[in-house]
Design a protein around this ligand. Structure first.
Ligand SMILES: Cc1cc2nc3c(=O)[nH]c(=O)nc-3n(C[C@H](O)[C@H](O)[C@H](O)COP(=O)(O)O)c2cc1C
Length: 210
């Protein structure tokens, strides 16, 4: 097992076991949990099998899955550990209707995560041109997207919306910029990867050894 998959496996185990309380006796619940842990997909399985899901079941995301996804975002690295991200969880009828008025791309997901970053709490890079906001929030969102897949929750990274309209619609602070929306849920029978998913450039086009 390589380092990354070991980390994910330990990370998922810690999260799953923390939900079981401090009882040491093996119970049906802990036995089931241990089984779930041993079936945790490898990191490369998660990366390969994740796809942009565009057709969700209406079943709400299980609380333990949502907690794990949010925890994976919380543990993301950020420049100088500034943690300038904020994640808004939309599950109410009203908030999902707002999302639908802002983008056609919710695809029926019962939960949407809006990821923002705080423009007043960023690391400005030497040269004074760029700062850490977008990339830190992107790492948070990527952690959540992959953590979701690790527990069978599908997602689709969304940017097809006007970020300022999303911020205004949800009364998000003027200091925050909306990075992306992540609809999450379980795939319905129409879901599946489209052709884009299988169409990646070869490493010879995207990697150069210097
Ligand atoms: C930054 C970014 C923005 C995206 N925006 C949207 C979007 O608004 N709507 C959508 O349906 N898919 C969106 N996607 C999904 C991409 O189209 C998809 O990731 C790409 O075609 C590869 O397919 P795959 O994710 O199934 O492997 C976005 C992906 C990224 C990374």
């Amino acid at each position: 097992m390589n380092k990354t998959s070991k980390f994910l496996s330990i990370f998922s185990s810690a999260l799953l076991f923390s939900a079981c309380g401090s009882e040491n006796k093996p119970t049906v619940e802990t036995m089931e949990t241990a089984e779930t842990v041993s079936e945790t997909p490898s990191f490369m399985d998660i990366v390969k099998n994740r796809y942009s899901c565009r057709s969700f079941d209406s079943t709400q995301v299980k609380r333990e899955h949502l907690d794990l996804i949010l925890e994976a975002g919380r543990l993301a690295p950020t420049a100088k550990n500034l943690q300038e991200q904020h994640v808004y969880v939309c599950q109410s009828k009203e908030s999902l209707a707002k999302i639908d008025s802002l983008t056609p791309c919710r695809y029926g997901a019962p939960t949407c995560l809006i990821v923002t970053w705080d423009t007043t709490n960023v690391f400005t890079y030497p040269g004074d041109k760029y700062n850490s906001g977008i990339e830190d929030a992107t790492i948070v969102a990527t952690h959540m997207m992959l953590a979701a897949k690790s527990v069978g929750v599908e997602s689709c990274w969304l940017n097809f919306f006007n970020p300022d309209d999303v911020a205004a619609s949800f009364n998000i602070s003027k200091n925050e910029v909306v990075l992306m929306i992540l609809p999450i849920g379980y795939a319905d029978e129409n879901a599946g990867p489209n052709q884009n998913h299988f169409n990646r450039k070869p490493l010879t086009e995207t990697v150069t050894y210097l």
